[in-house]
Design a protein around this ligand. Structure first.
Ligand code: EPU
Length: 329
């Protein structure tokens, strides 16, 4: 059985029945239908194989970038197997600005709309014009405009009613020709009228200072989503605990999960081989030959402790995969 260890960024030593790299969507559909239990992987940076997976794993290597322009925009259509950070770097070099806040996010272009990746004041939904995908069952090709993708915080239609039903083949980005820097996020607000390159460099420097490099220390980025709680519950938290960071959203107040995990004393703590990262407690790392059980034990302990202390439920942001497919904690 081939190893999945180098194919997911948490680097647990899970195995599977077979691994298939595909560079055409027809090839993918043929192979997929010849096996009963399958898992489609993008860059492997948001998926954690907790144990051996009893099926076939598919790795997307669809490649290609095409460009056209309109009067006001650069329109860039990118195959889903392209690497995200390479795309950000390429666009910057071409003078097509708008992706620089999302520099250094690990993973593939095709995964970006699924969970609506976001960082430093920008969510990818802000720049997605359309997503093209194939229905895995019928093979039919469809396209949804960005406005039809039901984007939310780390959410989209591809995690909702289309979950597991599609292969995203291309993502089209619309980047305005008029440069509009986004410097709303704390550390970027210090920059005075920055160029896109300055934002790119600063984002990379912030990420490198807080987030462990998955090639050096296995991890899957933020392990939990930031919980969004009702305003009344937020007010209660403030009256009980003093200052609590919070950001108003349409769905309620988004409170950093890192704040709860930090206050619950997990920073730097280990369970078996898993460590809660000392510089950003929202990230769990594979510090010392961790097992899938270590990950589950640590995640449940954090969820339970935070719930007992603050009555707030944390939800994993990463996709956890067991022997038969995705699981929930
Ligand atoms: N905080 C603490 N203690 C800490 C660290 C942070 O209390 O040790 C609190 C602070 O109040 C801080 C707040 O958490 O202001 C927010 O921390 P940070 O700015 O590092 O961001 P985050 O909310 O923890 C989110 C994303 C990251 C993204 C950053 C920057 C999610 C789940 N995570 O993290 O995305 O890079 O914002 O925009 O939304 C990822 O998804 O894998 C990821 C890394």
């Amino acid at each position: 059985m081939p190893s999945l260890q180098t194919h997911h960024s948490f680097h647990l030593p899970a195995r599977c029945q077979g691994i298939h790299h595909f560079s055409s969507s027809d090839r993918f559909l043929d192979l997929w239908h010849s096996s009963a239990t399958n898992y489609l992987l993008g860059g492997g940076s948001n998926t954690l194989f907790l144990q051996d997976f009893d099926g076939q794993v598919f790795i997307n290597t669809l490649k290609g970038v095409s460009y056209r322009e309109t009067k006001n925009s650069h329109i860039v259509t990118v195959a889903s197997g392209e690497n995200w950070h390479e795309l950000v770097t390429r666009c910057l070099a071409q003078g097509w600005y708008g992706l620089e806040n999302l520099a250094l996010i690990p993973g593939s272009v095709g995964a970006s709309p699924i969970q609506n990746i976001g960082a430093y004041g920008v969510e990818v939904e802000n720049v997605i014009a359309a997503v093209e995908y194939r229905d895995i069952e019928t093979g039919e090709t469809s396209e949804r405009l960005g406005s039809e993708c039901e984007f939310g915080y780390r959410d989209s239609v591809f995690k909702g009613k289309l979950a597991g039903k599609t292969l995203i083949t291309h993502v089209t980005f619309e980047l305005p020709k008029r440069y509009q820097p986004v410097v709303t996020y704390g550390d970027l607000a210090k920059l005075d009228n920055p160029t896109a390159s300055e934002i790119y460099d600063t984002v990379i420097a912030i990420r490198q200072s807080k987030l462990p490099d998955p090639d050096v220390l296995g991890n899957a980025g933020s392990f939990f989503k930031n919980p969004v709680i009702p305003q009344t519950q937020y007010n209660e938290l403030v009256s009980r605990h003093g200052q609590v960071p919070g950001f108003d959203t349409e769905a309620g107040v988004k409170v950093p999960a890192a704040w709860f995990i930090d206050r619950s004393g997990f920073k730097g703590k280990t369970v078996g081989g898993v460590r809660c990262h000392p510089d950003q407690p929202l990230v769990l790392t594979n510090a010392n030959d961790a097992s899938g059980d270590d990950v589950i034990t640590m995640a449940k302990l954090i969820m339970q402790t935070v719930y007992e202390k603050y009555a707030v439920s944390l939800e994993p942001e990463v996709r956890l995969v067991g022997s038969a497919g995705a699981i929930t904690l």
